[in-house]
Design a protein around this ligand. Sequence first.
Ligand SMILES: NC(=O)c1ccc[n+]([C@@H]2O[C@H](COP(=O)([O-])OP(=O)(O)OC[C@H]3O[C@@H](n4cnc5c(N)ncnc54)[C@H](OP(=O)(O)O)[C@@H]3O)[C@@H](O)[C@H]2O)c1
Length: 256
Amino acid sequence: MDLSGNTVLITGGASGIGLALTERFINAGSEVIIAGRREDKLREAKARFPGIHTRVCDVSDERDRLSLFNWVKNHFHDFNILVNNAGIQQRINLLNAANSWSYYNNEIAINLDAPIHLSLLFAPVLLKRKSAAIINISSGLALAPGVWVPVYSATKAALHSFTVSLRLQLEKNGIRVFEVFPPAVNTDLGGVGLHTFGVNVDAFADAVFYGLEKGDLEIGYAGTEKRLQASPEELYQGTKQSWEGFIKNNPEFLDK
Ligand SMILES: NC(=O)c1ccc[n+]([C@@H]2O[C@H](COP(=O)([O-])OP(=O)(O)OC[C@H]3O[C@@H](n4cnc5c(N)ncnc54)[C@H](OP(=O)(O)O)[C@@H]3O)[C@@H](O)[C@H]2O)c1
Protein backbone atom coordinates (compact mmCIF):
# COMPACT_ATOMS: atom_id res chain seq x y z
CA MET A 1 0.00 0.00 0.00
CA ASP A 2 1.33 3.42 -0.93
CA LEU A 3 1.18 5.53 2.24
CA SER A 4 1.76 8.82 0.42
CA GLY A 5 -0.74 10.96 -1.45
CA ASN A 6 -3.79 9.73 0.49
CA THR A 7 -6.56 11.60 2.27
CA VAL A 8 -7.13 9.76 5.52
CA LEU A 9 -9.83 10.07 8.19
CA ILE A 10 -8.67 8.78 11.59
CA THR A 11 -11.25 8.57 14.38
CA GLY A 12 -9.62 9.15 17.76
CA GLY A 13 -6.64 10.65 15.93
CA ALA A 14 -5.78 13.23 18.59
CA SER A 15 -4.12 10.85 21.05
CA GLY A 16 -2.34 7.52 21.51
CA ILE A 17 -2.24 5.15 18.56
CA GLY A 18 -4.40 7.45 16.39
CA LEU A 19 -2.00 10.37 16.89
CA ALA A 20 1.03 8.17 16.14
CA LEU A 21 -0.65 7.05 12.90
CA THR A 22 -1.54 10.67 12.11
CA GLU A 23 2.11 11.65 12.43
CA ARG A 24 3.22 8.84 10.14
CA PHE A 25 0.63 9.55 7.44
CA ILE A 26 1.62 13.24 7.50
CA ASN A 27 5.33 12.37 7.25
CA ALA A 28 4.58 10.01 4.36
CA GLY A 29 2.93 12.88 2.46
CA SER A 30 -0.76 12.19 3.05
CA GLU A 31 -3.50 14.60 4.13
CA VAL A 32 -5.08 13.72 7.48
CA ILE A 33 -8.45 14.48 9.07
CA ILE A 34 -8.86 13.57 12.74
CA ALA A 35 -12.07 13.33 14.77
CA GLY A 36 -12.68 13.06 18.50
CA ARG A 37 -14.79 14.40 21.35
CA ARG A 38 -12.25 16.61 23.16
CA GLU A 39 -11.74 19.92 21.40
CA ASP A 40 -8.60 20.73 23.43
CA LYS A 41 -6.94 17.48 22.30
CA LEU A 42 -7.83 18.23 18.68
CA ARG A 43 -6.37 21.74 19.07
CA GLU A 44 -3.16 20.31 20.57
CA ALA A 45 -2.79 17.92 17.63
CA LYS A 46 -3.41 20.77 15.17
CA ALA A 47 -0.71 22.87 16.90
CA ARG A 48 1.71 19.99 16.42
CA PHE A 49 0.66 19.20 12.82
CA PRO A 50 -0.79 22.44 11.40
CA GLY A 51 -1.72 20.78 8.09
CA ILE A 52 -4.29 18.42 9.64
CA HIS A 53 -8.06 18.97 9.62
CA THR A 54 -10.01 18.42 12.82
CA ARG A 55 -13.62 17.71 13.62
CA VAL A 56 -15.36 17.42 16.96
CA CYS A 57 -17.41 14.23 16.81
CA ASP A 58 -18.75 11.69 19.28
CA VAL A 59 -18.71 8.48 17.26
CA SER A 60 -21.12 6.82 19.70
CA ASP A 61 -23.82 9.20 18.42
CA GLU A 62 -25.48 8.25 15.12
CA ARG A 63 -26.19 11.90 14.21
CA ASP A 64 -22.55 12.83 14.81
CA ARG A 65 -21.43 9.96 12.61
CA LEU A 66 -23.74 11.11 9.81
CA SER A 67 -22.58 14.67 10.16
CA LEU A 68 -18.89 13.57 10.06
CA PHE A 69 -19.63 11.49 6.96
CA ASN A 70 -21.38 14.34 5.13
CA TRP A 71 -18.65 16.84 6.05
CA VAL A 72 -15.85 14.55 4.81
CA LYS A 73 -17.77 13.62 1.63
CA ASN A 74 -18.50 17.26 0.78
CA HIS A 75 -15.12 18.78 1.66
CA PHE A 76 -12.54 16.11 0.82
CA HIS A 77 -13.08 14.89 -2.71
CA ASP A 78 -9.90 12.79 -2.62
CA PHE A 79 -10.76 11.06 0.66
CA ASN A 80 -9.66 7.42 0.23
CA ILE A 81 -8.76 5.84 3.61
CA LEU A 82 -10.94 5.38 6.70
CA VAL A 83 -9.18 4.41 9.94
CA ASN A 84 -11.63 3.21 12.58
CA ASN A 85 -9.46 3.76 15.64
CA ALA A 86 -11.57 5.49 18.34
CA GLY A 87 -12.16 3.22 21.31
CA ILE A 88 -12.64 3.07 25.05
CA GLN A 89 -12.00 0.29 27.55
CA GLN A 90 -13.93 -0.35 30.78
CA ARG A 91 -13.10 -2.82 33.56
CA ILE A 92 -16.31 -4.57 34.59
CA ASN A 93 -17.00 -7.00 37.44
CA LEU A 94 -19.93 -8.88 35.91
CA LEU A 95 -21.40 -9.71 39.34
CA ASN A 96 -21.47 -6.09 40.36
CA ALA A 97 -22.40 -4.22 37.22
CA ALA A 98 -24.28 -1.49 39.03
CA ASN A 99 -24.21 1.25 36.40
CA SER A 100 -27.12 2.00 34.11
CA TRP A 101 -27.20 0.16 30.77
CA SER A 102 -26.17 3.34 28.94
CA TYR A 103 -22.75 3.10 30.63
CA TYR A 104 -22.12 -0.39 29.21
CA ASN A 105 -23.82 0.32 25.91
CA ASN A 106 -21.56 3.32 25.33
CA GLU A 107 -18.54 1.01 25.05
CA ILE A 108 -20.41 -1.04 22.44
CA ALA A 109 -21.53 2.10 20.58
CA ILE A 110 -17.99 3.51 20.38
CA ASN A 111 -16.03 0.31 19.74
CA LEU A 112 -18.49 -1.55 17.52
CA ASP A 113 -21.50 0.48 16.27
CA ALA A 114 -19.23 3.30 15.10
CA PRO A 115 -16.77 1.30 12.96
CA ILE A 116 -19.62 -0.70 11.43
CA HIS A 117 -21.76 2.35 10.68
CA LEU A 118 -18.84 4.44 9.36
CA SER A 119 -17.78 1.53 7.13
CA LEU A 120 -21.32 1.26 5.71
CA LEU A 121 -21.47 5.01 5.09
CA PHE A 122 -18.04 5.39 3.53
CA ALA A 123 -17.77 2.15 1.49
CA PRO A 124 -19.87 3.46 -1.45
CA VAL A 125 -17.75 6.64 -1.53
CA LEU A 126 -14.52 4.60 -1.42
CA LEU A 127 -15.70 2.56 -4.42
CA LYS A 128 -14.95 5.55 -6.62
CA ARG A 129 -11.51 6.29 -5.14
CA LYS A 130 -8.02 5.08 -6.07
CA SER A 131 -6.05 3.09 -3.46
CA ALA A 132 -9.11 2.94 -1.21
CA ALA A 133 -8.81 1.24 2.17
CA ILE A 134 -10.50 0.76 5.51
CA ILE A 135 -8.20 0.10 8.46
CA ASN A 136 -9.90 -1.23 11.60
CA ILE A 137 -7.99 -1.08 14.86
CA SER A 138 -9.20 -4.08 16.84
CA SER A 139 -7.10 -5.72 19.57
CA GLY A 140 -5.26 -8.84 20.62
CA LEU A 141 -8.25 -9.20 22.99
CA ALA A 142 -10.40 -9.89 19.90
CA LEU A 143 -8.65 -13.27 19.73
CA ALA A 144 -8.41 -14.11 23.46
CA PRO A 145 -10.54 -11.95 25.80
CA GLY A 146 -9.24 -9.91 28.70
CA VAL A 147 -11.69 -11.28 31.26
CA TRP A 148 -11.59 -8.05 33.34
CA VAL A 149 -12.68 -6.04 30.27
CA PRO A 150 -15.41 -8.39 29.05
CA VAL A 151 -17.55 -5.98 27.05
CA TYR A 152 -14.47 -4.39 25.45
CA SER A 153 -13.18 -7.82 24.44
CA ALA A 154 -16.59 -8.77 23.00
CA THR A 155 -16.72 -5.57 20.91
CA LYS A 156 -13.26 -6.28 19.51
CA ALA A 157 -14.11 -9.93 18.72
CA ALA A 158 -17.23 -8.71 16.90
CA LEU A 159 -15.21 -6.06 15.07
CA HIS A 160 -12.80 -8.79 13.96
CA SER A 161 -15.69 -10.85 12.59
CA PHE A 162 -17.19 -7.82 10.82
CA THR A 163 -13.79 -6.93 9.34
CA VAL A 164 -13.45 -10.38 7.74
CA SER A 165 -16.89 -10.02 6.10
CA LEU A 166 -16.15 -6.45 5.03
CA ARG A 167 -12.82 -7.51 3.48
CA LEU A 168 -14.35 -10.35 1.48
CA GLN A 169 -17.34 -8.28 0.30
CA LEU A 170 -15.16 -5.38 -0.81
CA GLU A 171 -12.09 -7.15 -2.20
CA LYS A 172 -13.43 -7.42 -5.76
CA ASN A 173 -14.21 -3.70 -5.73
CA GLY A 174 -10.64 -2.64 -5.10
CA ILE A 175 -11.18 -1.50 -1.49
CA ARG A 176 -8.64 -3.13 0.79
CA VAL A 177 -9.66 -3.86 4.37
CA PHE A 178 -6.91 -4.09 6.99
CA GLU A 179 -7.15 -5.11 10.63
CA VAL A 180 -4.58 -4.06 13.19
CA PHE A 181 -4.31 -6.11 16.41
CA PRO A 182 -2.44 -3.97 18.97
CA PRO A 183 -1.00 -5.72 22.02
CA ALA A 184 -1.00 -3.63 25.22
CA VAL A 185 0.38 -0.26 24.09
CA ASN A 186 1.47 2.51 26.46
CA THR A 187 -1.39 5.00 25.90
CA ASP A 188 -4.13 6.43 28.12
CA LEU A 189 -6.63 3.74 27.06
CA GLY A 190 -8.96 2.93 29.96
CA GLY A 191 -7.53 5.81 32.03
CA VAL A 192 -4.16 7.44 32.61
CA GLY A 193 -1.55 4.98 33.88
CA LEU A 194 -3.41 1.73 33.18
CA HIS A 195 -1.29 0.77 30.15
CA THR A 196 2.19 1.92 31.19
CA PHE A 197 3.32 -1.74 31.00
CA GLY A 198 2.49 -1.74 27.27
CA VAL A 199 4.84 -1.45 24.31
CA ASN A 200 6.03 1.95 23.12
CA VAL A 201 3.43 3.61 20.90
CA ASP A 202 5.97 4.88 18.34
CA ALA A 203 7.64 1.49 17.90
CA PHE A 204 4.19 -0.04 17.51
CA ALA A 205 3.03 2.56 14.96
CA ASP A 206 6.24 2.09 12.95
CA ALA A 207 5.53 -1.65 12.78
CA VAL A 208 1.92 -0.98 11.70
CA PHE A 209 3.17 1.30 8.94
CA TYR A 210 5.65 -1.32 7.79
CA GLY A 211 2.81 -3.89 7.67
CA LEU A 212 0.52 -1.53 5.74
CA GLU A 213 3.30 -0.76 3.27
CA LYS A 214 3.84 -4.49 2.67
CA GLY A 215 0.10 -4.97 2.22
CA ASP A 216 -0.40 -7.31 5.21
CA LEU A 217 -4.16 -7.39 5.75
CA GLU A 218 -3.88 -8.59 9.37
CA ILE A 219 -1.18 -6.81 11.34
CA GLY A 220 -0.06 -8.05 14.74
CA TYR A 221 2.87 -6.92 16.85
CA ALA A 222 4.83 -8.67 19.60
CA GLY A 223 2.34 -10.84 21.56
CA THR A 224 -0.50 -10.42 19.08
CA GLU A 225 1.63 -11.61 16.16
CA LYS A 226 1.98 -14.91 18.07
CA ARG A 227 -1.69 -14.88 19.00
CA LEU A 228 -2.70 -14.72 15.32
CA GLN A 229 -0.93 -18.10 14.85
CA ALA A 230 -2.25 -19.77 18.05
CA SER A 231 -4.67 -22.71 18.23
CA PRO A 232 -8.07 -22.34 19.99
CA GLU A 233 -6.74 -24.38 22.93
CA GLU A 234 -3.63 -22.17 23.21
CA LEU A 235 -5.83 -19.06 23.10
CA TYR A 236 -8.10 -20.44 25.84
CA GLN A 237 -5.18 -21.40 28.10
CA GLY A 238 -3.64 -17.95 27.50
CA THR A 239 -6.94 -16.30 28.46
CA LYS A 240 -7.11 -18.30 31.72
CA GLN A 241 -3.50 -17.52 32.60
CA SER A 242 -3.85 -13.80 32.00
CA TRP A 243 -7.07 -13.70 34.07
CA GLU A 244 -5.33 -15.49 36.95
CA GLY A 245 -2.42 -13.02 36.67
CA PHE A 246 -4.81 -10.07 36.65
CA ILE A 247 -6.64 -11.24 39.79
CA LYS A 248 -3.36 -11.89 41.59
CA ASN A 249 -2.22 -8.32 40.87
CA ASN A 250 -5.66 -6.73 41.40
CA PRO A 251 -7.38 -8.76 44.17
CA GLU A 252 -9.74 -5.84 44.92
CA PHE A 253 -11.35 -6.21 41.46
CA LEU A 254 -13.73 -8.95 42.66
CA ASP A 255 -14.81 -6.92 45.74
CA LYS A 256 -15.91 -3.87 43.78
N1 LIG B 1 -3.50 0.93 24.07
C1 LIG B 1 -3.72 -0.38 24.04
O1 LIG B 1 -3.18 -1.14 24.86
C2 LIG B 1 -4.61 -0.95 22.97
C3 LIG B 1 -4.61 -2.34 22.81
C4 LIG B 1 -5.45 -2.89 21.86
C5 LIG B 1 -6.26 -2.08 21.10
N2 LIG B 1 -6.24 -0.73 21.28
C6 LIG B 1 -7.17 0.07 20.47
O2 LIG B 1 -6.49 1.15 19.87
C7 LIG B 1 -7.42 2.21 19.64
C8 LIG B 1 -6.81 3.53 20.10
O3 LIG B 1 -6.67 3.49 21.52
P1 LIG B 1 -5.42 4.15 22.28
O4 LIG B 1 -4.71 3.06 22.95
O5 LIG B 1 -4.70 5.05 21.38
O6 LIG B 1 -6.17 4.95 23.45
P2 LIG B 1 -6.45 6.53 23.63
O7 LIG B 1 -5.17 7.30 23.63
O8 LIG B 1 -7.35 6.61 24.79
O9 LIG B 1 -7.18 6.92 22.29
C9 LIG B 1 -8.53 6.68 22.06
C10 LIG B 1 -9.03 7.78 21.16
O10 LIG B 1 -10.40 7.51 20.84
C11 LIG B 1 -11.11 8.72 20.96
N3 LIG B 1 -12.50 8.41 21.32
C12 LIG B 1 -12.93 7.70 22.38
N4 LIG B 1 -14.28 7.72 22.43
C13 LIG B 1 -14.69 8.47 21.38
C14 LIG B 1 -15.94 8.86 20.90
N5 LIG B 1 -17.08 8.52 21.53
N6 LIG B 1 -16.00 9.62 19.78
C15 LIG B 1 -14.86 10.02 19.15
N7 LIG B 1 -13.64 9.67 19.55
C16 LIG B 1 -13.55 8.90 20.66
C17 LIG B 1 -10.42 9.51 22.08
O11 LIG B 1 -10.63 10.91 21.93
P3 LIG B 1 -11.75 11.69 22.81
O12 LIG B 1 -11.68 11.11 24.19
O13 LIG B 1 -11.33 13.11 22.71
O14 LIG B 1 -13.05 11.43 22.13
C18 LIG B 1 -8.97 9.15 21.83
O15 LIG B 1 -8.38 10.08 20.95
C19 LIG B 1 -8.71 1.84 20.37
O16 LIG B 1 -9.64 1.31 19.46
C20 LIG B 1 -8.24 0.75 21.32
O17 LIG B 1 -9.26 -0.14 21.65
C21 LIG B 1 -5.42 -0.14 22.18
